[in-house]
Design a protein around this ligand. Structure first.
Ligand SMILES: Nc1nc2c(ncn2[C@@H]2O[C@H](COP(=O)(O)OP(=O)(O)OP(=O)(O)O)[C@@H](O)[C@H]2O)c(=O)[nH]1
Ligand SMILES: [Zn+2]
Length: 184
């Protein structure tokens, strides 16, 4: 849970630190706004992916399922600036499938916090492995990092792609290529 009071104090201090007047009209409500904003953008910290993935359906078809183009917004833990893009998830069921929305909910759990893209990608894959016990999982995330575009090295348009394979997808080029073709 976000400690609103602490965030508000910190933002006041930050505003002073950057040479602003936290009491000027336009900024008066900013500490409160930002505290409420963090409640939302770090909301994944209060959630458990297992809760979203506990309801499953029996499946007769154990072929690969792909949910692609799941948009996400996260915050890089180094600069607290947004990184955002798409996550693509594939899994091969082993008798159990999960509601499709739950894949996107799992992405939200791990995106809505201070993150590293590679870690977020692995956490999504591991949550699916642990809760669904599928034959395999593959997750690919592609994102633009604002710490790379609006500051520092300033390379707008550059994208970071991270991939994680678990179970049947590990070292199986045929399955991996099928996933890559499906996400096109
Ligand atoms: N691996 C990884 N690196 C990230 C991610 N988000 C931001 N970074 C990088 O984290 C690094 C932090 O580097 P530092 O040298 O400690 O910080 P800095 O001086 O602000 O670095 P510059 O961005 O190069 O100016 C930078 O290279 C960022 O590009 C991420 O999700 N994964
Ligand atoms: Zn960063």
């Amino acid at each position: 849970m976000v400690d609103h009071k602490k965030v508000e104090q910190a933002i006041r201090l930050l505003l002073e630190g950057i040479g602003e007047d936290p009491d000027r009209e336009g900024l008066a409500e900013t500490p409160d706004r930002i505290a409420r904003m963090y409640e939302e953008i770090c909301g994944g910290m209060n959630e458990d992916a297992a809760e979203h993935l506990k309801k499953t359906f029996t499946a007769e078809n154990n072929e690969m399922v792909v949910e692609k183009d799941i948009t996400f917004y996260s915050m890089c833990e180094h600069h607290m600036l947004p990184f955002y893009g798409k996550v693509h998830i594939a899994y091969i069921p082993d008798g159990k499938v999960v509601g499709l929305s739950k894949l996107a909910r799992t992405v939200e759990v791990f995106a809505r916090r201070l993150q590293l893209q590679e870690q977020m990608t692995a956490q999504i894959a591991d949550a699916l492995m642990e809760n669904l016990h599928p034959k395999g999982v593959m997750v690919l995330a592609e994102a633009e990092h604002m710490c790379m575009t609006m500051r520092g090295i300033k390379k707008p348009g550059s994208k970071t792609v991270s991939v994680v394979t678990r179970g049947a997808f590990e070292e199986n080029e045929k399955l991996q290529n099928m996933f890559f073709r499906m996400i096109g």
